[in-house]
Design a binder for this molecule. Structure first.
Ligand SMILES: Cc1cc2nc3c(=O)[nH]c(=O)nc-3n(C[C@H](O)[C@H](O)[C@H](O)COP(=O)(O)OP(=O)(O)OC[C@H]3O[C@@H](n4cnc5c(N)ncnc54)[C@H](O)[C@@H]3O)c2cc1C
Length: 656
């Protein structure tokens, strides 16, 4: 089987052979994957089946009040799930306008668009500045948290948690602003850091990491059990572990020899570049070009590394600067003379100072704590430990009389700032409503803002339109047990040719939630994919746009087929059977994933204050702009800091 997108585009009908393969893989087995009718509810039914006009006849649209409304347990296609994005796409792609919205009889001081970490932080800061402020938070998804979502599997009376997107708090360089907010919502980083094993990607459950070569891309199915990732891991002899294993690689003997030389020789492939300019040079050539054009590796050897950068950069090594590739743990520093030696020490120091905290549901614990602080009635949990196990009462998120209301399944389509404050039109259940407030924070995808605020200055709209988010897929598969992983001695994998490139077993315990490694019990396997990781051309922005289209064009069955085929090949040596051993699948699809960061290969070095996100985030009347997008840096601390800045701008400026 080739990579999914090619199959999809080939337009060929699936043959009888492939449908019998589907049966072998268990594609039609009754597992937990498609809860469209039980759980996803009206939002999905509305978007997929009923035309919006039909929905608008409903007097009241309030799926959150149903007793079984609990999005974390929904499986199937999640992330930007069906029902969450159609209204925004109609606005952005087709310029759809919703005339005559119903004015709602609610008074707010602040309306926040976006219920992710940044939007929730904006509400937090605004309440800190105005104690009795009344706040409405709107989000288009059926759950809050933005891309920090919780995935919850229920099986045989037990709960298995995993991250639906955002994974962990890498706090080594967090600012006082970020640490302050975390502390105020109950995250004591120092205390939680004790006994934290952040090595879940490379040594999950204390087992080795492996590299998987699949037959479709490398001619044979082969699992090389590590320690092999990151590639630069060395043994006591200071030699890369890979050196001893090169002979096993599914590439020609000549390519093996060249790779071995590359891994062992101390040389300087950029000898003609003075050391003082090497950093700049490495930022201007791709890692792939460094391997092929400078170190002289053949394509078949370079291909082994190609997709390793996907989980962080969303593209293959040919679109990632050589400097970033090496910083991310791929070899090359030993081929950069004295400069490389200094760089090696720096990379090691960064690895040694790496610090992080992760929760059983990844970073979803963070927005859960934020919501609990803003709307205390949503759960009786009192601490971070209790929040992990708590079931939130979604009916309380948008309760009349509450000073802070979080309205899910609601997409903002128009935001206007005038003398009397702001007016925000949003669509919920097919109907348009208008809410008014003194202030507004847009903590949503910044590229959407020109469509929400057409009156913004043209230069600002252009700047907001610049950054394209990274498309990503964050999949969780509940395996019947961990026996195959145990037999293989590995629970962390780099798949060098498949759609999902990084795969690891995930299970954390905190408070009353126990999810320790037990091979006899179900195990959550986390899989990360980025489309468009093959060698291609174009800037990151272009590739992200293409990748987004690939993700949006794939059905759940496309994802499921790929996952089953992948696991069948990768875990075969452990006795794994895709038809027998998969209990549930949740595919979190994030066509708009990480915030855009400068692409050193294609973007200029903008002078201070002139980066597109800096121009784009200027306050406009009573509208301030937040989200990690506004900081040009895609991590949690940026989302918090941008909320802090945006609210500060509103607080410091007087309404006209
Ligand atoms: C797969 C993945 C893994 C990650 N892992 C990590 C990690 O391990 N560590 C880390 O520090 N960071 C990680 N990040 C990044 C980090 O999670 C984000 O920087 C942060 O969560 C962004 O928060 P935000 O509120 O700015 O944006 P978002 O989380 O995107 O929230 C914005 C919300 O606004 C909503 N919205 C958009 N338009 C509208 C509209 N018109 N009306 C209503 N609502 C709207 C969006 O749908 C979304 O729910 C990860 C991101 C992804 C995608």
């Amino acid at each position: 089987m080739r990579q999914l997108p090619d199959d999809r585009n080939s337009g060929t009908k699936r043959s009888n052979d492939s449908s019998s393969r589907d049966r072998e893989l268990g594609l039609f087995c009754p597992i937990t994957r498609r809860d469209l009718l039980q759980g996803v509810g009206i939002a999905v039914a509305g978007s997929m089946a009923a035309p919006l006009a039909a929905l608008s006849k409903e007097a009241e649209f309030a799926p959150e009040r149903a007793a079984d409304y609990y999005p974390p347990t929904r499986t199937g296609l999640r992330g930007d799930h069906p029902g969450s994005y159609e209204v925004a796409h109609r606005r952005a792609w087709r310029g759809k306008k919703w005339g005559n919205p119903t004015d709602i009889d609610e008074n707010y001081d602040l309306i926040v668009v976006g219920g992710g970490i940044s939007g929730l932080a904006a509400a937090h800061y605004y309440r800190a500045a105005h104690k009795d402020a009344r706040i409405l938070i709107l989000d288009n998804h059926d759950d809050f948290g933005g891309c920090a979502k919780r995935n919850e599997f229920q099986h045989a009376g037990e709960r298995y948690l995993s991250m639906g997107g955002s994974g962990y708090l890498e706090h080594a360089n967090y600012s006082d602003v970020t640490l302050g907010l975390l502390g105020e919502i109950g995250i004591d980083i120092e205390r939680l850091s004790e006994n934290q094993d952040l090595d879940f990607a490379t040594h999950p459950f204390g087992m080795e990491s492996s590299v998987y070569f699949d037959s479709d891309h490398f001619g044979r199915d082969q699992l090389m059990v590590g320690p092999l990732t990151p590639f630069t891991q060395t043994g006591p002899d200071d030699e890369y572990h890979w050196v001893k294993r090169v002979g096993e690689l599914p590439i020609s003997a000549a390519a093996q020899g060249q790779l071995k030389r590359f891994l062992t020789q101390r040389t300087d492939y950029l000898a003609d570049v003075p050391d003082a300019q090497k950093m700049e040079a490495l930022n201007k050539i791709s890692y792939h070009d460094f391997l092929v054009k400078h170190a002289g590796l053949p394509e078949e050897a370079a291909r082994i590394f190609q997709r390793y950068t996907a989980p962080i950069f969303g593209v293959g090594t040919d679109a990632v600067p050589a400097l970033s590739g090496m910083g991310f743990g791929m070899p090359g520093v030993r081929g950069l003379g004295d400069f490389g030696r200094a760089m090696e020490l720096e990379i090691q120091a960064a690895v040694d100072s790496h610090a992080g905290v992760s929760f059983p549901d990844g970073n979803a614990t963070l927005p859960r704590l934020q919501v609990l602080k803003l709307i205390p009635g949503v759960s009786s949990a009192k601490s971070v430990e209790e929040v992990v196990s708590a079931r939130f009462d979604y009916a309380r998120l948008d309760a009349a009389g509450s000073p802070v209301r979080l309205r899910l399944n609601s997409t903002a389509v128009h935001v206007d700032s005038g003398d009397g404050g702001v007016a925000v039109t949003y669509v919920r259940g097919g109907r348009a409503y208008r809410a008014r407030a003194r202030d507004c924070v847009l903590a949503c995808y910044n590229r959407m803002i020109p469509h929400l605020c057409p009156k913004l200055p043209e230069a600002q709209k252009e700047a907001l339109d610049y950054g394209v988010k990274t498309p990503l897929v964050s999949t969780n598969v509940l395996l019947k047990n961990g026996k195959a992983l145990e037999k293989l001695g590995s629970a962390g994998f780099y798949a060098a040719g498949r759609f999902h490139t990084m795969i690891f077993g995930y299970g954390k315990s905190l408070g009353d939630h126990h999810q320790d490694w037990d091979p006899k019990k179900p195990v959550a396997l986390h899989m990360i994919a980025a489309p468009g990781t093959d060698v291609a051309s174009g800037s990151m922005r272009e590739r992200y746009r293409e990748g987004r289209e690939i993700l949006e064009g794939m059905t759940f069955t496309d994802y499921e087929r790929e996952i089953r085929e992948h696991l069948a090949g990768m875990l075969a040596g452990g006795g794994f059977d895709s038809a027998r051993d998969i209990l549930a699948i949740t595919v979190n699809r994030w066509p708009h994933g990480y915030s855009y960061e400068r692409d050193p290969l294609h973007d200029p070095e903008w002078p201070a204050g002139q980066a597109p996100w800096e121009i784009g985030r200027q306050r406009f009347g009573r509208i301030a702009i937040a989200s990690a997008d506004a900081g040009g840096y895609s991590w949690v601390d940026c989302a918090i800091e941008q909320a802090h800045r945006a609210v500060g701008e509103l607080v410091q400026s007087k309404p006209s």
